[in-house]
Design a protein around this ligand. Structure first.
Ligand code: OKP
Ligand code: ZN
Length: 343
C-alpha cells in the first residue's frame, strides 16, 4: 500500500507537557515519525507526499472558528512578546461560562482545549495541516479505488473534537478521512480505533450520526487518559444512538483478551456493513510503551493487521500514538504487512 508522509511534521516539537501532574519532556516527538518512516521504507512501501486540500475540507469536521484559532494562536502569543512552547493553563469547568469565545490568548487556549499535555510551537500549524492533508490524501487514494493506504500523520488526531484540542491532537485526521470518504460517495464508513487511548475526539465528531460508526478499544478511562470519556455506556445520541461502541479494558490486557474484544468489534462492523473503513492505528498497546499499560508483543501486530484485512473493506490507516520510539516503526510496519499479506 502507499504511504503518505510529509517532513513538515518536524516543525512541531512541543518541548514539555504536563503528564499525570508532572512537567516532563514531550512523549510525542519527531523521532517517532522517523522510526515509522524508516520501517515502512525498509518494508518496501512506496512513500508519497500529501496533496493540497482547500480549507473548507477541514471545516467538514471542525468548527471554522476553531480552525482559525489553531492557525493564528501561536502568532497571538508571539504578539505578547512570548516565545518557546505554549500550553493552556486554565479551563472552564462545571458552573463556568462556555458560551462566549474569549479574545485573549490564554482564555482562548483554555476555551478550545481540555488538558495541558498539548503544547503549540511556531511550526505546529504547519505540521498539523500537513498531517491532515496526508490523511485526506490517503482517503482520496482509497476513494479512487486503492485497496488501502496509510497516512503517517504526526501529531496524532483522534483526541481532537469538533472544536477542541488535547492529548497531543489538533485536527482529527481519522475523522477527516472518514468524512472525505463519505463526501466521495461511500455511504457508510466505520472508524475503528485501536490506539491505547479512547478516541474521544472521533466519538465527539460523529456522536449524533448513523452514517459513521465509531468503535474504540482502549485503556479504562477510570485511570487512563482521556479520563472523562470512553466508558462502555457511551453509545451515541439522537440518530447516532447505537452507532458508537467503546471497549474499555484493564491494565495488563494481553493479546488473548485483546483479540477476543477485537473479534467482537469486527462483528459489529460486519453487522453495520460499511462501504469503507478508517483505522486509527496507535501502537501504544505495546508492552514497553512508556505511558500505557497493555501487554501486546511485537508478534501480535501482524495478527492485528490480518484481522483488520479479514473484513475485506477499502481501508485507510491513520497513524495515532505509540511512544516506545525505537519499536513504534516496526510495530506499525508489522500491522500494515499483516494486512497486505492477508488482503
Ligand atoms: C495520545 B494518543 C494528562 C496526561 C496526558 C496524554 C496522552 C495522549 C495520548 N495528565 N497524556 O492517544 O496516543
Ligand atoms: Zn494513544
Amino acid at each position: 500500500m502507499k504511504v503518505i508522509y510529509s517532513n513538515k511534521h518536524q516543525a512541531h516539537q512541543g518541548g514539555m507537557e504536563l503528564h499525570r501532574g508532572e512537567l516532563v519532556p514531550c512523549y510525542e516527538m519527531p523521532e517517532r515519525a522517523q522510526y515509522m518512516l524508516d520501517a515502512v521504507t525498509a518494508a518496501g512501501f512506496e512513500i508519497l507526499p500529501p496533496r493540497h486540500f482547500a480549507d473548507d475540507v477541514l471545516e467538514r469536521v471542525h468548527a471554522a472558528d476553531y480552525v482559525h484559532f489553531l492557525r493564528t494562536a501561536y502568532s497571538q502569543w508571539q504578539a505578547d512578546g512570548k516565545s518557546g512552547f505554549m500550553l493552556p493553563s486554565a479551563f472552564p469547568a462545571r458552573g463556568q461560562r462556555q458560551d462566549k469565545i474569549p479574545s485573549g490568548i490564554h482564555a482562548k487556549l483554555g476555551y478550545y482545549s481540555y488538558d495541558a499535555s498539548t503544547p503549540m510551537v511556531e511550526g505546529t500549524w504547519q505540521a498539523v495541516e500537513a498531517g491532515a492533508h496526508s490523511a485526506l490524501t490517503a482517503a482520496a487514494l482509497v476513494a479512487e479505488g486503492e485497496r488501502s493506504a496509510y497516512a503517517l500523520c504526526r501529531p496524532p488526531g483522534h483526541h481532537a473534537g469538533h472544536a477542541t484540542f488535547g492529548g497531543y491532537c489538533f485536527l482529527n485526521n481519522a475523522a477527516l478521512a472518514a468524512q472525505y470518504l463519505r463526501d466521495q460517495g461511500k455511504e457508510k464508513v466505520v472508524v475503528l480505533d485501536v490506539d491505547y487511548h479512547h478516541g474521544n475526539g472521533t466519538q465527539d465528531i460523529f456522536w449524533q450520526r448513523d452514517d459513521v460508526l465509531t468503535i474504540s478499544i482502549h485503556g479504562d478511562p477510570a485511570t487512563e487518559y482521556p479520563f472523562f470519556l470512553g466508558y462502555a455506556d457511551e453509545q451515541g445520541e439522537g440518530a447516532g444512538l447505537g452507532y458508537c461502541h467503546n471497549f474499555p479494558l484493564p491494565a495488563g490486557t494481553d493479546w488473548p483478551t485483546y483479540q477476543q474484544v477485537l473479534l467482537k468489534a469486527l462483528q459489529l462492523i460486519k453487522d453495520f456493513s460499511p462501504d469503507a473503513m478508517v483505522v486509527s492505528l496507535g501502537v501504544d498497546t505495546f508492552e514497553d510503551d512508556p505511558i500505557s499499560a497493555f501487554k501486546l508483543k511485537a508478534e501480535h501486530y501482524p495478527l492485528l493487521g490480518q484481522h483488520i484485512a479479514s473484513l475485506d473493506l477499502p481501508t485507510v490507516f491513520i497513524q495515532e500514538g505509540g511512544y516506545a520510539v525505537a519499536e513504534v516503526g516496526l510495530n506499525v510496519a508489522s500491522v500494515l504487512q499483516g494486512f497486505e499479506q492477508a488482503a
